[in-house]
Design a binder for this molecule. Structure first.
Ligand code: UDP
Length: 314
C-alpha cells in the first residue's frame, strides 16, 4: 500500500486512524506533540511492522525523510474546554500546522487529507447542514479559535489545490465518540458516561434542548478511508445524522449504563450551537458510506471501555 503521515496520530481520532491504516497494510508515520494526545492510545502499535512514532509539534517546520504517499492532518485540540485553555496552540496548529503539512505533501507529491469540522458551520441556521452551507461563526468568541483555524485550514488547502494542483481531500467531522476519548475531555459523551459510571450527576448545559448527532469512531474512520481513497476533492461531511437533544441523550446514557445518576443543569457555554446534524447525501452518493453503529450500541461499547479504564486508574 502506501506510506502515510498522520499528524495528531496519538489523539482520539488519529490513533484509531493509524490502527486502521496499519490493518490495511499501509506504513504509518505518526506525529504528535502529546498536548492532548497520549502514548497510551498508540501503545499497541509500537510493536507493529510499518509503524513509526515521532514526537513533534507540527506548528513548527515539519520534515519526514523518505517517500510519503499521503499526509493526513489530524493534529488539533478539539474539545470546547481546550478552546479556553490552549487557544493559541489551536490557532497555530490549524494555520501554521496546516501550512507546514501542506508544504510536506507538496514536496513529496503526496495526497493531502485535512481533518476539518462541523464547527465551520458555527451555530447553523439551516438543518441538516449540507457542505454548501457557509456557516454562522462568531470569529471573536471563545469557539472562534477552533472554528476560524479550521476555516482558514480549508481555505489554505483549497488554495494549494487550485494554485499548486495539490491532490486534496477535506473531511468535515461531526461529533464522534468511542474508546480512547479522554475521561476528562470535557465533551458531552465522555462526561455523561464517566458521570453515569461513577454515580455522579450528569451535567446538562443550558436547558438541554440543543441537539447533536453522534457518530461511533469505527464508522467515522471507515468514512475517512473511503474519502481518502475517493476522487472527491471538495469538503465532505462524515457524521451520523441521528440527532438527539442533550436531554434525550442524557436519558439514553442512563438507560444503557443502568445508572441511577441524577441530572444537574449548568449554564450554557458561550456560542454553544443550538443544533447540529450532518447532511450526508454527498458521502452516501460519492463514497457509498453511511454509519452502521446505532448510538445505543456505541454508548454501550464506549461505556465498557471507560469502565475498564476507570478501574485501571483506580
Ligand atoms: N454538554 C453538556 N454537558 C456536558 C458537556 C457538554 O450538556 O457535560 C453540551 C454542550 O453544551 C453542547 C453539547 O453537550 O451543547 C455537546 O458538547 P460537546 O462539548 O460534546 O461538543 P460540541 O458539539 O459542543 O463541540
Amino acid at each position: 500500500m502506501g506510506r502515510v503521515v498522520v499528524t495528531g496520530g496519538a489523539g482520539f481520532l488519529g490513533s484509531h486512524l493509524c490502527r486502521a491504516l496499519l490493518d490495511r497494510g499501509d506504513e504509518v508515520v505518526c506525529l504528535d506533540n502529546l498536548i492532548t494526545g497520549s502514548i497510551a492510545n498508540i501503545e499497541d502499535l509500537f510493536g507493529r511492522p510499518g509503524f513509526t512514532y515521532v514526537e513533534h509539534d507540527v506548528s513548527t517546520y515539519v520534515w519526514v525523510p523518505g517517500p510519503v504517499d499521503r499526509v493526513l492532518h489530524f493534529a488539533s485540540p478539539a474539545s470546547p474546554i481546550d478552546f479556553e485553555r490552549i487557544p493559541i496552540q489551536i490557532l497555530k496548529v490549524g494555520s501554521l500546522g496546516t501550512h507546514n503539512t501542506l508544504g510536506l505533501a507538496k514536496a513529496k507529491g503526496a495526497r493531502y487529507f485535512l481533518a476539518s469540522t462541523s464547527e465551520v458551520y458555527g451555530d447553523p441556521l439551516v438543518s441538516p447542514q449540507p457542505e454548501s452551507y457557509w456557516g454562522n461563526v462568531n470569529p471573536i468568541g471563545p469557539r472562534g479559535v477552533y472554528d476560524e483555524a479550521k476555516r482558514f485550514a480549508e481555505a489554505m488547502t483549497m488554495a494549494y489545490h487550485r494554485h499548486h494542483g495539490l491532490d486534496v481531500r477535506i473531511v468535515r467531522i461531526f461529533n464522534t465518540y468511542g474508546p480512547s476519548m479522554r475521561p476528562d475531555d470535557g465533551r458531552v459523551v465522555s462526561n455523561f458516561i464517566v458521570q453515569a459510571l461513577r454515580g455522579e450527576p450528569l451535567t446538562i448545559y443550558g436547558d438541554g434542548s440543543q441537539t447533536r448527532s453522534f457518530c461511533f469512531v469505527e464508522d467515522e474512520v471507515r468514512g475517512f478511508l473511503a474519502l481518502l481513497d475517493s476522487d472527491v476533492t471538495t469538503p465532505t461531511n462524515i457524521g451520523n445524522p441521528d440527532e438527539y437533544t442533550i436531554n434525550d441523550f442524557a436519558q439514553m446514557v442512563l438507560e444503557v449504563t443502568g445508572s441511577s445518576s441524577e441530572i444537574e443543569y449548568r449554564p450554557l457555554p458561550v456560542d454553544d450551537p443550538m443544533q447540529r446534524r450532518p447532511d450526508i447525501t454527498k458521502a452516501r452518493e460519492h463514497l457509498g458510506w453511511e454509519p452502521a453503529v446505532h448510538v445505543r450500541e456505541g454508548i454501550a461499547r464506549t461505556a465498557a471501555w471507560f469502565a475498564d479504564r476507570l478501574a485501571q486508574d483506580a
